[in-house]
Design a protein around this ligand. Structure first.
Ligand code: 5FU
Length: 252
């Protein structure tokens, strides 16, 4: 007999970290579990996308280092204003993967100053428990398993990565293509309604699949939204499909 999944209300009641609480509150308020991945390469495209999809998402995921005309004042200041206006969080998908001291420098310095604006960041846990200590003012989503073909995140790796994630107070969740324990939020990229892959190793599943089989909490959608002819319409479709799939997964 399969147990039913943990609801957002239950997860909110047990949430320890302010960022987990905020994500779950926004999800319930907007009836959305959608994170849009803004893999665009100019400030204009980034802000335009954020304005269009903002009302329908709980977070906007960035790869801030692909923005070719990045300027803190021109890129981040208006992005933060849009996040406040439309009530979504900023998730920087930096996937830190170094020793603690270097990660701290990458997080706080350079032109991006991620520490000053991101609500939460992704990090590999390959550097061990203490490498995550520097993220003490944001939430960390640990990379447990990747969506790409041939990834080295085997069963054994995922088990060890999960031990670090579950024991570190900065960690709010994990990125994975496998179910995770209820104490941690599950973020699942590799979601697309039209395609099964991209010819570059990415592997896609549907919202229905990831909620039903992985009990995921939040879906991450990139090209399904920002490449659509109407990004707002696409965001609404993924938002509704994601919410329907979540509600159905509660009833199993
Ligand atoms: F950790 C991961 C992963 O395992 N798979 C991913 O696809 C992260 N991603 C990110 O999600 C990736 O870097 C993209 O930013 C996004 C997926 O974009 P897509 O256009 O929906 O394939």
């Amino acid at each position: 007999e399969e147990k039913t999944r943990c609801s957002y209300e239950q997860k909110l009641k047990n949430a320890q970290h302010s960022v987990s609480k905020k994500l779950l509150e926004v999800a319930l308020a907007k009836q959305s579990n959608l994170i849009a991945s803004a893999d665009v390469t100019t400030t204009h495209e980034l802000l335009e996308l954020a304005e269009k999809v903002g009302p329908h998402i709980i977070a906007l995921k960035t790869h801030i280092d692909i923005i070719s005309d990045f300027e803190y004042e021109k890129t981040i200041v208006p992005l933060k204003a849009l996040a406040a206006k439309h009530q979504f969080l900023l998730m920087e998908d930096r996937k830190f993967a170094d020793i603690g001291n270097t990660q701290e420098l990458q997080f706080t310095s350079g032109v991006f100053r991620i520490t000053d604006w991101a609500d939460f960041v992704t990090s590999q846990v390959i550097g061990g428990f203490e490498s995550l200590d520097c993220f003490n003012n944001v939430g960390v989503v640990a990379i447990i398993g990747m969506s790409s073909k041939g990834t080295l995140t085997t069963n054994e790796y995922r088990e060890e990565a999960l031990k670090i994630a579950l024991s570190h107070p900065n960690v709010i969740g994990g990125v994975s293509q496998n179910q995770l324990p209820d104490e941690i939020l599950l973020f699942t990229p590799g979601v697309n309604l039209a395609d099964s892959g991209d010819g570059k190793g990415q592997q896609y599943n549907t919202p229905e699949h990831v909620f039903k089989n992985l009990h995921t909490d939040f879906i991450i959608v990139g090209r399904g939204i920002y490449k659509a002819s109407n990004a707002e319409e696409a965001a609404i479709i993924y938002k509704n499909e994601g919410w329907k799939a979540y509600v159905n997964s509660l009833e199993k």
